[in-house]
Ligand binder design. Structure first.
Ligand code: CA
Length: 230
């Protein structure tokens, strides 16, 4: 009996070790510290996208790695290392931009997503929003149905606004890949102002609770097998 208990304990420890080693960040360059800083429209591991930009005659703002903002003092601080994925732009706002990355998951498993985001809008009538979303499968469609992990909305007409927050949330995989979107948008208005967005320290790992459930499930099965054998 004591030997069985020891065996069960060891198998739990082994399962946890396996689960822990499998819990490295599933995202590539989630902390945006990879080199090549300064090359526009290219961040290793991520696809930078202009999802929607219907007009005003100027190019949409492009996300790039930065060290800080000048307008939104106190928000442009990396959540890890020296850089974060960021953009700021000045002008009439009507855009919907961001970055995305696909990664491998196990269907039915639950994953924990953590990170930080930030941004701001100068006094204006614009509606602005910042969002982190995970969709099933490998997709480039920012409007694909998915789980919203974090969202910040600045309603129109509220004047100067800035924020910098950490977030966490979970999603359950429905396919063998998933795609995370980091999105930023501002509604059309006549206001000519500065606005900004940033994302940093994105980490996706199997949810600790489901790792524990897996480990104790394995241990339970091992214990049962031993008891039956005895
Ligand atoms: Ca960073």
């Amino acid at each position: 009996m004591k030997r069985t208990a020891l065996w069960v304990t060891l198998s739990v420890a082994a399962a946890l070790l396996v689960a822990t080693s499998a819990s490295a960040n599933l995202l590539v360059n989630g902390d945006f510290e990879d080199d090549n800083f300064g090359i526009p429209n290219w961040v290793p591991g991520w696809t930078i996208a202009t999802f929607w930009h219907p007009g005003w005659g100027t190019g949409a703002p492009m996300l790039d790695r930065k060290t800080g903002y000048s307008t939104f003092t106190g928000t442009g601080i990396p959540f890890s290392g020296n850089y974060f994925l960021a953009t700021d732009t000045m002008g009439h706002g009507n855009f919907h931009v961001g970055a995305y990355q696909s990664f491998n998951v196990t269907p039915g498993a639950t994953y924990l997503v953590t990170g930080g985001f930030m941004g701001g809008v100068q006094a204006s009538n614009d509606t602005a929003w910042w969002e982190v979303k995970v969709a099933d499968g490998t997709t480039t469609d920012p409007d694909a149905p998915g789980t919203i992990i974090a969202q910040k909305v600045r309603p129109a007409g509220e004047g100067f606004f800035q924020f910098r927050e950490e977030f966490s949330g979970t999603f359950t995989a429905g396919a063998n890949t998933a795609t995370i979107f980091l999105k930023w948008g501002r509604a059309q208005s006549a206001d000519y102002v500065i606005s900004a967005a940033g994302f940093d320290n994105l980490v996706v790992v199997p949810e600790p609770a489901s790792i524990l459930a897996l480990a104790s499930g394995l241990a339970g099965m091992a214990g049962l097998a031993l008891r039956r054998r005895a």
